[in-house]
Design a protein around this ligand. Structure first.
Ligand SMILES: [Zn+2]
Ligand SMILES: [Zn+2]
Length: 254
């Protein structure tokens, strides 16, 4: 199953709750790549979760930007929000949309310099908060990363989805709950790079998901210079089961 973003075909299973990958490169975009950005879709609600470089281009192959119900940004690093500029400018000159709800940790609005954009209506969220957008409930949990970085848990239509955002291994993914249908977890590099930055290896992501009893693990945020198969192989060994990789345009049905 999937949305073929490359050819611009439209979503066929319009009622199935899903996660659509708009970008999955870690920290910087690789050639023809895009950084973190995802659509979380229920039958009636569409959320944009992170908006890294390249994601707004890919978003337009999947949905009309004017139909977004809300935008959630995990933290202040620009590989997770720079395309808010494209979204805001498109809203200003094309869709005419004003006040798109956007939820972020405190300080992110100022960092983007879009805090006064009429296109966006900012709300600060913090560790432990739950917000409801349409039929999707979203709970935020602070990870171990830079500044305030918020992982997210989505509950909707009898399904649950967890997103690690960025985090080092010191944070416990099980903070999102131990009954997740699918976990989207960062796995930035392989075990040989563990400790190099505030991120996790494939091995660490797999261990986290196993400890959290996640039913399905999708890894993301790989540095473009790191071999994809190596990260997945060590994630599968640690998870004890198959692990899927985020790929631009791929849709994971929940
Ligand atoms: Zn990042
Ligand atoms: Zn980060």
């Amino acid at each position: 199953v999937g949305v073929d973003v490359q050819s611009g075909s439209h979503r066929t299973e319009s009622s199935a709750p899903s996660l659509v990958v708009l970008g999955c490169d870690g920290s910087w975009p690789g050639p023809l790549g895009a950084c973190s950005g995802y659509l979380v879709r229920s039958p009636s609600t569409t959320l944009l979760v992170d908006a890294g470089p390249g994601t707004f281009a890919n978003l337009q192959l999947v949905i009309d930007p004017a139909t977004l119900d809300a935008v959630l940004i995990s933290h202040h690093h620009p590989d997770h929000w720079i395309d808010l500029h494209g979204l805001a400018t498109h809203a200003q000159f094309v869709s005419g949309r004003v006040g798109i709800p956007i939820m972020t940790p405190s300080g992110v609005a100022e960092r983007t310099q879009l805090e006064h954009s009429p296109s966006l209506a900012w709300t600060s969220v913090d560790d432990g908060e739950t917000v409801q957008v349409g039929d999707i409930s979203c709970t935020f949990r602070r990870t171990h990363h830079s500044g305030i970085t918020l992982a997210m848990r989505f509950d909707f239509a009898g399904h649950s989805l967890g997103y690690s955002a960025d985090s080092g291994p010191e944070w416990d993914l099980a903070d999102l709950g131990a009954d997740l249908d699918l976990v989207l977890c960062e796995a930035t590099y392989t075990r040989s790079d563990e400790g190099k930055a505030g991120h996790m290896s494939g091995r660490q992501a797999g261990e986290q998901a196993r400890r959290a009893h996640a039913r399905r693990l999708v890894i993301t945020h790989r540095w473009p210079t790191v071999d994809a198969a190596s990260v997945r192989d060590e994630a599968e060994s640690a998870f004890g089961g198959p692990v899927e990789q985020a790929v631009i345009g791929k849709e994971f049905i929940l």
